[in-house]
Write a protein that binds this ligand. Sequence first.
Ligand code: ZN
Length: 152
Amino acid sequence: MLDDLYQDLMLEHAKQPRNFRRIADASADAEGFNPLCGDRVHVYMTLSDGRIDDIAFEGSGCAISTASASMMTEALEGRTREEAQALFRRFRRMVSGEDVEPADQEGLDELRALAGVRRFPMRVKCATLPWHAMLSAIGDGEDDQSVKGEPA
Ligand code: ZN
């Protein structure tokens, strides 16, 4: 039952993605490409004092990457760089099938709709693609798992 609800939420975001637009005067932006699935995403952000004032994306990809990008923009608006990085780590643990302690679920909210990809290892990169683009936009040196530029 809960799975069905989450599935619906995921499909709803995929069909009508939030913040699907380009930010013309973005202060940070980056593209990501997932050759395993063909997903492309371009993430735009307006940062001021290290806080994400506005975040949006464009691109074309599968339902999972689109829904993940849509939910990510909603989850990150108003957060600091550090909070965005921390939320990414929790999100990645969740979609890779690692346990996320209840105390450590802050901010995951709707993103839980994507937890099901843990059963499909090939799709984990679809879910994390927009996040990797977001991390390279904010200049996160820790992001060594970017799928960008990897051979197909
Ligand atoms: Zn995909």
